[in-house]
Design a protein around this ligand. Structure first.
Ligand code: ARG
Length: 456
């Protein structure tokens, strides 16, 4: 393809280090689509004769059909998907194939293909996240009143509802969706026509190629278009953030599925056994989602460091942009699907959750708040009085609401029997009615609002 000025071929190691076909063959559909848009425009503009353009377009369809049927051959001598496809085209239609690359460079070609690939990947992720959100909403609705201990420092803090807890993840995923959507809009510009770096003297219609490939328009600066990969980094950043959310949910499933917690029983489909310990039901999928997030962050780091310090315009380092994005996408797609399956099929043990919420003095704040509200006591003093009540309950081995009234009034005479109205975990969650709070009324409202926003 570029051998005109060379007398000798590359060494075998040169060939191997130079080749991207082993991984960029994954972009063959985008490469064919980009070439078809380009040649149609060349034909319309009279840069390539109309019949040649038609021959090339039909030839590209035939090459695509070959790839579809037989897979893409990994011919290292042809370097990458762009040269391979052009070589295949020449085999099919002869020398007219050589007209396809008019007013184009592999630099704007690869930038276009990769943008198309990342856009498709983004659409897949958005569809998958929509399913995860649907699963979270359904389970949250089912458990809008299921009381569980809310934690800080992984210590029992205040009772919350499982519905509220699941909706917290719904909100995180909603922001991930918004990040992916923003990226899609920002990156949806077509580099074709930027050529190698400087643009071209041919009378191209860049609007036409952009439109044909469903971009919102052409990129505005040829140097920028061939040499930035921020659209790929945006994808990786959104993916990394999303994977952190998935990893935290996965970690909760690991903790909740452990015997001491017993908050959840993962379905058989989402558990694995041990080859030696017959009693085991391991949460491997959740652990792998947690693990994959580390690899996804690694993909982001890899491309950031590849791009850092590269002068304009294209450098071959940039060929290394694709493996981390492909790897990240596969890991993320699996992680989202696995989390969706686990959320959908988990059996939540609401009795265990309630039991633990009741045993951890989780309504201590409610007692302190009651002292402030009913006794006019400053919060700091109320905090101290409540601390003594907790100590009394702990030494007696009972819950706060199992203390006798006399034991409470001995701690502070301003306490009366009305206090028992706030010491149960149900009273506690029902009282948290601030906007965004855990009260079942608010959780149901949040679910309804989310459903309305989804057009459900
Ligand atoms: N395989 C190359 C890549 O992925 C295509 C662009 C090659 N351009 C060049 N000037 N060598 O980056």
């Amino acid at each position: 393809m570029w051998g005109g000025r060379f007398a000798e071929g590359p060494s075998s190691v040169m060939r191997e280090i130079n080749a991207s076909i082993p991984f960029d063959k994954r972009m063959w559909r985008q490469d064919i689509a980009g070439s078809k848009a380009h040649v149609a425009m060349l034909g319309k503009q009279g840069i390539v004769a109309a019949d040649d353009a038609a021959t090339i377009a039909a030839g590209l369809d035939a090459v695509a059909a070959d790839y579809e049927r037989d897979g893409v051959p990994e011919d290292l001598a042809l370097e990458d998907i762009h040269m391979l496809t052009e070589a295949r085209l020449a085999e099919r239609i002869g020398p007219v194939a050589g007209r396809l690359h008019t007013a184009r460079s592999r630099n704007d070609q690869v930038a276009t293909d990769f943008r198309l690939w990342v856009r498709d990947a983004t659409d897949q992720v958005l569809a998958a996240l929509d399913m995860l959100q649907g699963a979270l909403l359904a389970r949250a609705e089912e458990h809008a009143d299921s009381v569980m201990p809310g934690f800080t420092h992984l210590q029992s803090a205040q009772p919350v509802t499982l519905g509220h807890h699941l909706m917290a993840y719904f909100e995180m995923i909603a922001r991930d969706v918004s990040r992916f959507s923003d990226n899609r809009a920002r990156g949806n510009r077509c580099p074709l026509g930027s050529a190698a770096l400087a643009g071209t003297g041919f009378d191209l219609d860049r609007e036409a190629t952009a439109r044909a490939l469903e971009f919102d328009g052409p990129t505005r600066n040829s140097l920028d278009a061939v040499s930035d990969r921020d659209f790929a980094l945006d994808y990786l950043m959104a993916a990394a953030q999303c994977s952190l959310h998935l990893s935290r949910l996965a970690e909760e499933f690991v903790i909740w599925a452990s015997q001491p917690f017993g908050f959840v029983k993962l379905s058989d489909q989402w558990s694995t056994g041990s080859s030696i310990m017959p009693q085991k039901r391991n949460p491997d999928a959740a652990e792998l989602v947690r693990g994959h997030s580390g690899r996804i962050v690694g993909c982001l780091t890899a491309l950031m460091i590849t791009m850092k310090g590269l002068p304009l315009a294209y450098s071959k380092d940039m060929q290394d942009d694709k493996p981390p994005v492909f790897e990240c996408h596969d890991l993320l797609a699996l992680s989202i699907a696995a989390m969706t399956g686990m959320v959908e099929s988990a059996s939540f043990r609401t009795d265990r959750m309630r039991g633990l919420a009741e045993s951890g003095f989780a309504t201590a704040t409610d007692l302190a708040d009651w002292l402030v509200r009913e006794g006019g006591i400053p919060f700091r003093e109320a905090h101290h009085i409540t601390g003594r009540a907790v100590a009394a309950a702990e030494s007696k081995g009972v819950r706060l609401d199992q203390l006798e009234l006399a034991e409470l009034t001995a701690i502070d005479p301003r306490i009366d029997e009305r206090v028992f109205g706030v010491l149960s975990v149900d009273a506690s969650v029902n009282s948290r009615t601030s906007f965004g709070g855990t009260s079942p009324v608010r959780v149901r409202e949040a679910i309804a609002a989310a459903r309305a926003a989804r057009g459900e």
